[in-house]
Design a binder for this molecule. Sequence first.
Ligand SMILES: *Cc1c(COP(=O)(O)O)cnc(C)c1O
Length: 475
Amino acid sequence: MTEYSKQKAEYGDILGRALTHALTYLDGLDTSSVAATASGEDVLARLSRPLSDRGVQPAQIIDDLVADMSGGLVASAGGRFYGWVIGGALPSALAADWLTSTWDQNGALHATAPAGALIEEVCGSWLKELLGLPQHVSFAFVTGSQMAHVTCLAAARNALLSKRGWNVERKGVNGSPPIRILTTAQRHGSIDRALRLLGMGSNSIVPLAADRHGCLEVSALKTALVDDVDMSTIVHLQAGDINTGAYDDFDRIIPLAHQHGAWVHVDGAIGLWVQASPTHRHLVSGIGLADSWTTDGHKWLNVPYDSGYAFVAHPDAHRNSMSHRASYLTHASDARDQMDWNPEWSRRCRGITTYAAIRELGRSGLADLIDRSCRHTLALATRIGALEGAELIYEPRINQGLVRFLSPEALSTDIEHDRHTDRVITRIERSGEAFFGGTTWNNMRCMRVSVCNWRTTAQDVDRAVMAVEKILKDP
Ligand SMILES: *Cc1c(COP(=O)(O)O)cnc(C)c1O
């Protein structure tokens, strides 16, 4: 055998094995436990092999990996997972992910992966169309909304400070004019982390009042904007609150913030996608006038991890805050180099999976995915909420809702209801039939209901309701 044919045979064997394991896993998702079944100790004991001197045969490694990880996997790839906000993987996107790794190019530059750079341009344009954003908006494909916030807020920092004659890329934030962030306590923690990484600590956050849905109070914002007209300001808004799925009033807030020279950043990790659905589009009316937006591919679009998108309405500020030029690199003069727009240097060609997912769904498929997830969420939350011993706390408007469980003891206090809610969540998880997460909302422990997976069916919903009912009947 020549070296070439030996390599060919090795790949054939190992990739064939991986395919068989993958299909076995995917086929088992309807019957397996959603939660992990093995203890951490067991999984760790299996994985903690002594570091060997001699390498191991690839086939052995892959077989061991599947055996050792088993029981330690959460079946969020399947349709019965309703925890946090976690999407599945569309078939074409999963296959495209394998090809991305197979091609194994560095998606930093056009020169290192020409088609990988160009596919991001095509997807960037498609995404703007689907999400109702103006075509002049610049974009970056990043790991998730966390890094999309960093990217957008770096652009905001650049724009706000350069208006004051301060070049933050050169001078840094030490001694710079201050920036404040007007937001509410309902914001996702990834905003705080993004600000921290950018040298704007938690003291720069000014929490304003929110209504009972978690939306920023327009009057509170107005007061804050008028009270300190000279301060550089970022207004942070939400398209899809983490607990309620609520949307801020973009039509009223964005023009108001702009009147006062503020930069408006929208966290649309969950909810920017409703633009693609004619039935839900009204929720994001006016959102296209913001200055930056983030959303995730790995949530509602069902692209495998990891995939997030940053969009910026001021391409110069975006590019100035990210771009880096080094003499040994070959920069394309007529094409887009991703590292001019991303915080990463070397990276995978992240556009390929997104390209596949958007093509697989098409406009109507995406609209259907959005509407279907919302319907399933509504059914789950209202049907579980109607069970004896349960209470619907927030009726879903999109794909996020809240229920809680009431302690059966007479005269139970709120603390006892809280404890009971957590207990029921754990018991549902242990049943293996469904998986929900907990949250504290308005000082109350609740169970979050979140549907983001294209695989969730009406039958999955029935199974979850039945599993909860069984647990509530057997306190
Ligand atoms: C998930 C989420 C984030 C963080 O996004 P990652 O993709 O996990 O980095 C930010 N905001 C909201 C509202 C989210 O749901």
